[in-house]
Design a binder for this molecule. Structure first.
Ligand SMILES: Nc1ncnc2c1ncn2[C@@H]1O[C@H](COP(=O)(O)OP(=O)(O)OP(=O)(O)O)[C@@H](O)[C@H]1O
Ligand SMILES: [Mg+2]
Length: 370
């Protein structure tokens, strides 16, 4: 009979091939518990992987182990998906210290206004939280904040005096933490921010809000490539950006500008989302490409970026935004909710891949000590 050891089990599960599973990041440390008795094996694994992929991996791991250890009659795998962390490459300790408990920071951007950034930022945040991640959302559109409305929030965040500064406690809804200038200023007061003031507000959202531990902090940006975008990339080492576009050329021209801006400042574009991709008439089921078709995926191809998915035009998406209930919150409501979930899974996978690429040596060295 084969003796069951941690390294033997590692060898078995390394034989599994799955697009989201990188064998280089499985080490002896990945096994948190191993118990075997009378043909029964119970293992607990912790690996850096997008939460959604872990469900698909469990049966594959079980098969691989059973193949190598035919005497096992019952294999039980408890898989903890661990959100991987962005490894900072700029080596600026001041920037790294700003959001110490936050593993990944993602900006949702577009060149053009009104293409659905806020809708997508809100739904991605809620979708990732539904998968079990700890998620925060910063409404960085200080000129026209829409997050409070899209999440149906009117409460004012509480503030407390910390050791040597004032701290803001983020609000919570649908399982996510959030902050928006819309919650801090009077609804009817005109938000006439000069550039530096607006940038100051976004900076404050990063430095003075008590975010605690987060897997993802998502920024809903204003349109364009202005002060706020610049402040963000200069203040923290962003994990990456999601660029939102609609399929027509006028939107794509601006999306390309946004793409190039991130490239110039060395922020990776994690993927492109095409919003308002098509419309399906509810009475006939016929599909209409109102703004043309395929612009987003073509752009992704052109720039060698990942196409995260396309969202059709659907009044339910807009109603969800107006009513303060993001469509993804209840996936039984519509196909669009499932599309949003898929986009969130794709995004988590892209974040994970990028983090693992950058952290190869670190993870492997950490694994040697067991
Ligand atoms: N797929 C969709 N189907 C129907 N309506 C949508 C869709 N995506 C977004 N909308 C609606 O379009 C409007 C604009 O969307 P949103 O506010 O998210 O865009 P934005 O890019 O954040 O705009 P801004 O540049 O002003 O910040 C909203 O009323 C929203 O509910
Ligand atoms: Mg917006």
């Amino acid at each position: 009979m084969n003796e069951i050891t941690k390294s033997g089990i590692i060898t078995s599960i390394k034989k599994v091939s799955h697009p989201s599973f990188d064998v280089n990041h499985i080490t002896l440390n990945s096994i948190k518990k191993l118990e075997s008795e009378n043909g029964r094996l119970i293992i607990e694994l912790s690996i850096p992987i997008a939460a959604d992929a872990s469900k698909q991996l469990i049966p594959l791991f079980i098969d691989a182990i059973k193949k190598d250890y035919s005497e096992l009659t019952d294999v039980n795998v408890n898989l903890q998906a661990r959100t991987s962390e962005t490894v900072s490459t700029h080596k600026d300790p001041k920037k790294d210290a700003i959001l110490p408990g936050v593993k990944n920071t993602i900006a949702v951007a577009s060149g053009k206004g009104g293409v659905g950034k806020s809708t997508i930022a809100v739904n991605l945040a809620v979708a990732l939280a539904k998968d079990g991640a700890k998620v925060g959302l910063i409404d960085a559109d200080v000129y026209g904040p829409s997050i409070p409305m899209m999440l149906g929030i009117t409460d004012k965040p509480k503030v407390y005096q910390a050791e040597n500064s004032v701290k803001i406690i983020p609000l919570e809804k649908y399982g996510i933490k959030l902050i928006s200038i819309g919650l801090l200023v009077d609804d009817n007061a005109p938000v006439i921010w000069r550039g530096p003031m607006a940038s100051g507000a976004v900076k404050q959202f990063m430095t003075d809000v008590d975010w605690g531990e987060l897997d993802y902090l998502i920024f809903d940006l204003p349109p364009g490539t202005g002060d706020i975008q610049l402040t963000l990339v200069q203040t923290i080492p962003l994990t990456g950006a999601v660029v939102v576009t609609t399929p027509q050329e006028v939107s794509l021209i601006d999306a390309r500008k946004a793409f190039r801006m991130f490239e110039r400042v060395n922020v990776p574009v994690l993927g492109i989302v095409e919003n308002m991709s098509y419309f399906v008439a509810p009475d006939t089921g016929k599909k209409y490409d109102i703004f043309g078709s395929g612009g987003g995926s073509k752009m992704a191809e052109q720039y060698n970026a990942f196409f995260l998915g396309g969202i059709p035009i659907d009044p339910k998406v807009r109603e969800g935004g107006d009513k303060g209930v993001p469509i993804v919150y209840d996936i039984s409501v519509s196909d669009q909710a499932n599309i949003m979930m898929d986009i969130a899974h794709n995004l988590a996978e892209q974040v994970n891949k990028r983090n693992l690429q950058k952290s190869d040596t670190i993870e492997i060295i950490m694994g040697e000590d067991d």
